[in-house]
Design a protein around this ligand. Structure first.
Ligand SMILES: [Mg+2]
Length: 217
């Protein structure tokens, strides 16, 4: 699945790739609508539909991933909500072992994420993720989400990775397409970003389930 002799750098997404998307799905799809329903005196289903409708209006922009944006919109402290639910933040299967093995093999492991810095901070406090990485880059610092070529051209100005000798793993096919377009030679998707949701099939790119599958260096 991976041509390891051709890889010096592994770029990795966070939510749904290294970290189980269950946390984000529970927070955004269950807990937040419940809280919005409580503060506005409406039903949970109505609150969820209200949030989803608004989310559809800000697709693929950095606002979509911004905790500040959604805190303002919902008038709730979403960073505090992250901390309150932080016991639900978990690595996906063998993600932490994979990071250690990549670096032990002499390769670089680098995080590239659309997650808001305040979300990354809560996840890092729980898992110690950044200590397992050579570097990390947030789309919020670059001004463009990973779905856009501008993210990748900015990344190449900040990080010494050679796209021709890079593997990128992300659970979002549109993000993988943008990476391929920028010259990243090997990409992998994730079959089951949320461990409590069904495994996805018919994906656009080859997909791993457990990092163990690609620990073949
Ligand atoms: Mg992701």
């Amino acid at each position: 699945m991976v041509e390891w002799p051709e890889v010096d750098t592994v770029l990795l997404d966070m939510d749904g790739t290294l970290i189980d998307l269950y946390f984000d799905n529970f927070l955004w799809n269950e807990r937040l609508p419940e809280m919005v329903a409580g503060t506005r005196g409406i039903g949970v289903a109505a609150a969820r539909e209200h949030l989803y409708a608004h989310m559809r209006g800000v697709p693929r922009s950095l606002d979509y991933y911004s905790l500040d944006y959604w805190s303002r919109y919902s008038r709730l402290d979403i960073v505090a909500l992250h901390r309150e639910l932080s016991h639900l933040i978990e690595y996906r299967a063998n993600a932490s072992r994979f990071l250690r093995a990549v670096r032990a093999s002499g390769r670089r492991a680098v995080l590239v994420t659309n997650a808001h810095p305040k979300s990354l901070a809560v996840k890092d406090a729980r898992l110690g993720l950044t200590a397992e990485l050579d570097d990390q880059y947030s789309a919020h610092a670059f001004g463009h989400p990973k779905q856009y070529g501008e993210f990748w051209s900015t990344l190449s100005q900040h990080d010494p990775y050679d796209p021709a000798r890079t593997l990128f793993i992300d659970d979002d096919a549109d993000v993988l397409a943008a990476a391929r377009e920028s010259g990243v030679s090997q990409v992998l998707c994730v079959a089951q970003p949320d461990s409590r949701a069904p495994k996805r099939s018919a994906l656009r790119y080859p997909a791993l389930d457990d990092f163990q599958e690609i620990m073949t260096f």
